[in-house]
Design a protein around this ligand. Structure first.
Ligand code: ADP
Ligand code: MG
Length: 595
């Protein structure tokens, strides 16, 4: 090679750098809005006003009553990596503010027309400054109230490619509203008022607490059904609300975690909720919960993601255990029964004597909609009578699991259901689902404590199986014995059952063993492997529980109900369907038009 050495690597001009940074964090009006609201919160604002036009594309304005900035700071506010929130590397270990990168205003200014007006608290004069796609004006004096107003117009006016990625006004507005609502839920104590094209969009007063904010955001039914959570572990504090499983949804839009005022979407926290609701929720449904964590900023790294929506916890395992435990405790206090009110309302609505109820995606239960019905017709024929389709939203009530006096009358209906009087109404229980849950919990507990006791059969029972299944029975002999199931091959196509868990008093040994081996065959997994264990226990429990069609005496019914009261939760069956429908006095009065 000859000639002068020309360097091909060049330093990018400031504007290009800022636009690249903007590409990471400012994707759409909602992301600019998020940064501006976070700045207001960092500045200790008590009241935040938001005005949007055209879904935020032509205008996002955020006005706060926070600390404000002096004229000298105004010019620095638009410089990249200029922040008042960090001084040195060590500060990165204990970030207590929502912002810290000093990039947001520089990024937004590089792709929009921005006006910044501010007056520092306790000073007499305000100042303003403009940034048009990276051209920053000089600051000049301007009339202003204490606090800061940031006005972002014509987002992406100078980057048409980015502008083309914007969606319809309604979509962009929806995203803005989501940002506002999440931040408003995350920051009780701060008032928010938002308008769109001059019309009121959302507002909460500073004094409203989290439950009131949920009510304003998602309605009274949800807010009333919430059960509070409150727990502490050293400097870690968990507070908020969980909703009963019947209010779960197909999406996670109403699952919110806040960390020191920051809304988070964190994988660990999503798993925490999944674990807390395990056994109470139908597969694939997402719990509804609003939960705030506050902890020492040194215990968490928020500098993991440019949009700061993910974090890394220092002592993850301990945190996980603590959260799951307390959430589960709170969850148990929610009312998981199917409210009779909902069934009655639906029946009444079909007759047309009530005004139609608002249909809403919060519909608590899918009756016959999804591929897997929430409640099968065998378990709950009542459901068929009142019709299919999602239930109306008006089903949520905050009732503790009902307490019935020990001598409350009980009766059996169609050898399938147990009806029990409550102090304030009555409930109908599915005898099989209830007994199955009780047996299942018992087996699980025995197993956890290594206390499975085997009952030897006086005469071994012989079951016909396929050759493959006999092979599997041999292969997994020890694992089966660990579960209390003792079998031995008896010829090529049968096994002899020698013993079963003593707890399974009503078991039909042949169908139990056949079920379990079928499961092992289907899933190709050992009976005690995590993958199938619960299902094995479930089938075993199913095969040894009272069935629909079994007549029960009164003492038997009472014994069953008493056992249910003794386990963690007898409110749902093993597959998380409610074990009972409950009617309160209020439901009945409504049904008979007495109120
Ligand atoms: P960061 O929030 O990461 O520090 P930004 O670019 O969002 O970076 O803001 C830069 C700086 O401008 C902030 O550190 C803060 O000092 C100041 N600032 C921005 N918005 C406001 C506001 N609403 N009130 C007071 N100061 C603000
Ligand atoms: Mg910021």
């Amino acid at each position: 090679m000859s000639g002068p050495a020309v360097s091909r690597i060049v330093l990018l001009p400031e504007l290009v750098k800022n636009q690249i940074a903007a590409g990471e964090v400012i994707e759409r009006p909602a992301s600019a809005l998020k940064e501006l609201i976070e700045n207001a919160l960092d500045a200790d604002a008590r009241h935040i006003e938001i005005d949007l036009a055209e879904g935020g594309v032509s205008l996002v304005r955020v006005k706060d009553d926070g600390l404000g900035m002096g004229a000298a700071d105004l010019e620095l506010a638009f410089a990249s990596h200029a922040t008042s929130k960090l001084r040195e590397v060590a500060d990165l270990d204990h970030i207590a503010t929502l912002g810290f990168r000093g990039e947001a205003l520089a990024s937004i200014g590089s792709v929009a027309r921005v006006r910044l007006i501010s007056r520092e608290r306790g000073t007499l004069h305000g100042a303003e400054i403009h940034n048009e796609g990276g051209n920053v004006s000089a600051a000049r004096e301007a009339g202003a109230s204490e606090g800061t107003t940031l006005e972002v117009r014509d987002l992406f006016f100078n980057t048409p490619a980015r502008r083309r990625f914007l969606k319809t006004t309604a979509t962009e507005l929806g995203r803005c509203l989501d940002v506002i609502q999440r931040l408003a839920l995350a920051n009780p104590g701060v008032g928010f008022v938002a308008t769109h094209d001059g019309r009121r969009l959302f507002d909460v007063e500073a004094g409203m607490n989290l439950r009131e904010r949920v009510r304003r955001t998602f309605g009274a039914e949800l807010s009333q059904a919430l059960a509070p959570v409150e727990a502490r572990d050293g400097s870690l504090r968990l507070s908020g609300f969980v909703a009963p499983p019947r209010l779960a949804r197909n999406d996670s839009a109403r699952q919110m975690w806040f960390l020191n005022g920051r809304p988070l979407r964190d994988k660990i926290l999503t798993r925490v909720l999944k674990d807390a609701y395990r056994g109470f929720l139908i597969e694939g449904r997402q719990p509804v919960a609003f939960l705030a964590l506050s902890m020492d900023p040194a215990q968490v790294d928020v500098n993991v993601h440019p949009a700061k929506s993910e974090v890394r916890f220092r002592d993850e395992r301990r945190l996980f255990g603590f959260l799951v435990h307390h959430l589960r405790e709170a969850l148990r206090t929610t009312d998981m029964s199917t409210p009779g009110e909902a069934l009655l309302e639906r029946a009444v609505r079909r007759e047309g004597s009530f005004a139609p109820l608002r249909d809403d995606s919060t519909a608590a239960l899918r009756w016959s909609t999804g591929s897997e019905p929430a409640v099968g017709p065998r378990e709950l024929p009542i459901v068929r009578e009142v019709g299919g389709g999602p239930l109306p939203a008006g089903v949520a009530r905050a009732l503790p699991p009902a307490q019935a006096p020990a001598d409350a009358p009980v009766m059996q209906i169609a050898k399938t259901f147990i009806v029990r009087a409550l102090a304030d109404g009555f409930e109908i229980l599915d005898q099989h689902a209830l007994h199955e849950r009780i047996t299942f919990e018992g087996l699980k507990r025995d197993l956890e404590r290594h206390e499975i006791e085997t009952q030897r059969l006086l005469l071994p029972e012989v079951v016909e199986l396929s050759r493959v299944q006999v092979g599997l029975a041999e292969e997994h002999k020890q694992a089966l014995e660990a579960l209390g199931i003792h079998v031995a091959a008896f010829g090529a196509t049968s096994v002899a059952i020698h013993g079963l868990p003593a707890r399974l008093k009503r078991a039909d040994p042949a169908s139990l063993v056949r079920d379990v081996l079928e499961l092992i065959e289907e899933r190709g997994a050992a009976p005690n492997s995590e993958k199938v264990l619960e299902e094995v226990l479930h089938r075993a429990a199913c095969r040894s529980s009272v069935m629909a069609g079994d007549a029960l005496s009164e003492p038997e019914m009472r014994a069953l109900l008493a056992q249910g009261a003794g386990i963690e939760s007898d409110q749902t069956c093993v597959h998380a369907r409610p074990t009972r429908v409950r009617f309160t006095l209020a439901d009945l009065e409504k049904a008979f038009h007495r109120r």
